[in-house]
Unconditional design. Structure first.
Length: 114
């Protein structure tokens, strides 16, 4: 693969990631959005995070091909997510939730020898 091809591929990748981010800003920056749209947009980050997180919690590593939801006690990350979710909900602290989740996994691995 030649240098020109790599450079054109990089420019194309830059365009397809940059344009969808900038275009809405350029088109909507001078307009006032209805309150219902603003309220709806506030849920987008939470929905995107949930869409990435739940499959990883419910279908553990190595079972992606079987597509079986694992709610068993051996699914450590799912059960560590429960107290982390409670901290995130009650304290509204992303950092606190991450620390609690990591601590639960670390303690469980220490105690259970995993």
């Amino acid at each position: 693969m030649g240098q020109e091809t790599i450079f054109i591929a990089l420019l194309g990748m830059m365009a397809v990631t940059y344009v969808p981010r900038v275009l809405p800003v350029l088109l909507l920056s001078s307009k006032k959005l209805p309150q219902v749209v603003v309220a709806w947009l506030s849920y987008v980050p939470v929905a995107a995070l949930a869409a990435m997180l739940f499959p990883a919690l419910l279908i553990p590593e190595g079972q992606a091909g079987t597509r079986q939801i694992d709610l068993g006690l051996d699914n450590l990350f799912l059960w560590a997510a429960v107290p982390a979710l409670l901290v995130a909900w009650k304290r509204r602290s992303f950092f606190g939730a991450v620390i609690v989740g990591m601590a639960v996994v670390a303690v469980a691995r220490l105690v259970l020898g995993g």
